[in-house]
Design a protein around this ligand. Structure first.
Ligand code: 0WE
Length: 257
């Protein structure tokens, strides 16, 4: 018997086997949930199809292309979700993007264009996903997004993503207040540095990853399984009293001075 037997939800942002979204998918599937995946491109769709094929039969739902910065994409995805799933119990938003110039040099030198791309794709995308999911969550539900300590502290080069994550964490609180009366909970997981595709391309990330392990109270790095199990908890009724919260899954890194 799984924690999430009979529940179904959608995951945005699985890209490969190292993705935090994939860690969430594995934990949610293990606990008995049925999953839909939303991917950005046809190339990613093939990869995610392969990954989803490794999940238990009952966990595999639909895979559909959807760019969360496109309202038409969101509408057709939810039309299909309504037809094939009927109801959503959770949404996992594991999406974030900033153009390169938002992740390097001085924060204040980012272009207006790159700044808004980062805010739209990393932050407003969660609001858009929440709004679209609302009609399918009449019986309550759980919305989960991913954030990072760079929202609250200055982490070198995180720059525009830090400001986007700060807005995202604030949106978690406002959405929690909007949707609470309908029994929809909204929370964020603040993950420690993890070796994902998104992180690997970042200059200096390897050193940062090693330092995080050496300094963290638990002396280990955050894994996608750590994040996935917390995600399954937040999606479950065990977390029924938690909303508007940011949970740290970082081996205690954020408590250090
Ligand atoms: O949120 C993130 C990274 C997300 C991300 C990654 C990229 C790389 C490729 C967003 N946009 C882009 N754009 C690209 O063109 N993390 C929490 C991982 C991360 O990124 C950092 C970090 C950490 C940790 C960037 C600078 C410093 C630390």
């Amino acid at each position: 018997m799984g924690l999430l037997d009979g529940k179904q939800g959608i995951i945005y942002g699985v890209r490969n086997e190292r993705s935090l979204g994939w860690g969430c998918a594995q934990s949610l599937a293990r606990e008995g949930a049925r999953l839909a995946f939303s991917v950005l491109s046809e190339r990613e769709e093939k990869d995610v199809q392969k990954l989803a094929g490794t999940l238990p039969e009952g966990a595999r739902g639909m895979i559909q292309l959807c760019n969360l910065t496109n309202d038409g994409d969101i509408a057709s995805l939810h039309q299909r979700l309504k037809e094939e799933f009927g109801r959503l119990d959770f949404v996992v938003h594991a999406v974030g993007f900033s153009p390169k110039d938002g992740l390097t040099g001085r924060f204040m030198d980012v272009s207006r264009e790159s700044f808004w791309i980062a805010l739209d794709s990393s932050m407003f995308s969660f609001v858009a996903a929440a709004r679209a999911a609302e009609p399918l969550m009449a019986q309550g539900g759980s919305l989960i997004t991913l954030t990072y300590l760079g929202a609250e502290r200055v982490i070198p080069n995180y720059n525009t993503m830090g400001v986007a994550k700060a807005a995202l964490e604030s949106s978690v609180r406002y959405l929690a207040n909007d949707l609470g009366p309908q029994g929809v909970r909204v929370n964020a997981i603040s993950a420690g540095p993890t070796m994902t595709l998104a992180a690997r391309g970042i200059p200096g990330f390897t050193d940062m990853h090693r330092e995080a392990r050496d300094r963290a109270p638990l002396r280990r790095n955050t894994t996608i399984e750590d994040v996935g199990d917390t995600c399954a908890f937040l999606a479950s009724d065990w977390a029924r009293g938690i909303t508007g919260e940011t949970l740290y899954v970082d081996n205690g890194l954020h408590i250090l001075g």
